[in-house]
Design a protein around this ligand. Sequence first.
Ligand code: VG1
Ligand code: CO
Length: 550
Amino acid sequence: MSTPVVRKVPTSPYKDQHPGTSGLRKKTRVFMDKGYTENFIQSVFNTLKEDPGLDLSKQSLAIGGDGRYLNSEVMQTILSMAVANGFGEILVPRRGLISTPAMSAVIRQRKALGGFILTASHNPGGKEGDFGIKYNVSNGGPAPETFTQRIYELSLSIDHYLTSGDIEFQIDNETEYHIGSTKVSVIDPFTDYQTVLEEIFDFNKIADLFKSGFRMIFDGMHGVTGIYAQHFLEHLLGAPQGTVIRGNPLPDFGGIHPDPNLVYNSFLLDKMMANDALDFGAANDADGDRNMIFGHNLFIPPGDSVAVITDMARRCIPGFKDGLAGVARSMPTSTALDRVAKNLKIESFETPTGWKYFGNLMDAGLCNICGEESFGTGADHVREKDGLWAVLSWLSIISETGKSARDIILDHWGKYGRSYYERHDYEEMDSDKANEMLSNMRKRLPKLKGMSLSGIEITHADEFNYVDPVTKDVSERQGLRFFLSDGSRIITRLSGTGTKGATLRIYLEQFDAENIDRDTATMLKGLSSSVANLLKIPKYFGSNKPSLIT
Ligand code: VG1
Ligand code: CO
């Protein structure tokens, strides 16, 4: 056991360490500025230390990341600071690599106080890309807003941080050792996650599907999920080698933008739209919490995917054989899930954007399955969205029903009707102008009722404010909403995960009970151009062409 020399290093505050929708995200180079990372980490520790009943020497802290540029360096920084701040145990996945849902499982299974996940999620990586740090609390989910707000407040007045100097922590192999009174446990990144997944799914049944000749493609996009997909799909479930493509984690994700959507992953789109495409395809983002699902020649939108999984859960997923208590979706996510919940006679909750809002509902046993339009789907086995869980859910449904993913979604639309859905993003906009635009629109909301948009009447317009049904915490200004007389909805809000300027998101949804085979872009064309005019987008941004449509 070596004895660490604890050093108190003077530092000055940075003014921008406000965690957004999911952790602190900045350009990688910002995290390389002197003391930037240390300030943020110490502010998290200082927030924890404000609880007088908490003795860190009796607590475990988990640390890992998605393997992007700076992962190894920041691992060492946090390890050293965690020792100096007196944690009893530090849990580190082998080589510091872990997916976001697997980290959530580690925290829950090992009853850790919390964990750091080094990721900017689906944002690009590399020295010129983005880096990020998320802190998750003891339920395994992202820290709630009250906690992140306190981190920010403390970061504004920080004057020193604690570190134990130049220890080189060995994290390459599973082992246990002590540095002073802190135990460092290097753990397998799969075990805890596998335990929780095995409680939900019938692995033998999914293995039989592969034995029967079923073939799929899984795209790891060079993030961390590739190693999980290889472990679960190829090693445990018997999918042939080569099922997982782009499976090796790379510090810059091989130069790709590791966001599984139709634009940034046109590679998989092309494969699944080809004549010889397989029956099922999926991709995950860099840290494994987002997923994109395809049937043969058919993209399955995330809002529909969560609706199908919910509808089929009781019949096809053993972990849900007793039924569901409820479901939840973020407010801008399509209402497809609500129609299933109504049919199943279960509760359906509508929350602000960001997975942290689902945690309280799950902890209180109010909901089991959740979804976001941004390619996030998951359940109460962990407190994060879980890309691989979504894939295993679809495989369970395919194996139980004996139908292809394509037929499953077509049957679903036939039964429930279809929400045509798109999100239009205006990226890297001038922040002041974006805020001015929204604030002007906010003022006009009360006058919009009765006005026509693309020939359809606006029946109601408001701003979404949320009161957490469990904690009663209030989250205000979570998006402007326009409801139309034909059941269409338009929502707009600013992103909380960007690292440059402002990103305006416009979410468009049009429901059709009968016509389920129309082209989405054509269906939404009218809504799209009329909302751009309503918001006066050309006036504020000089163009009414979104930079990204998903
Ligand atoms: C976006 C998505 C949101 C998601 C969040 C984190 O947030 O819209 O649904 O929960 O990213 O996902 P925003 O504020 O930029 O719209 V991830 O995969 O980055 O952890
Ligand atoms: Co992610």
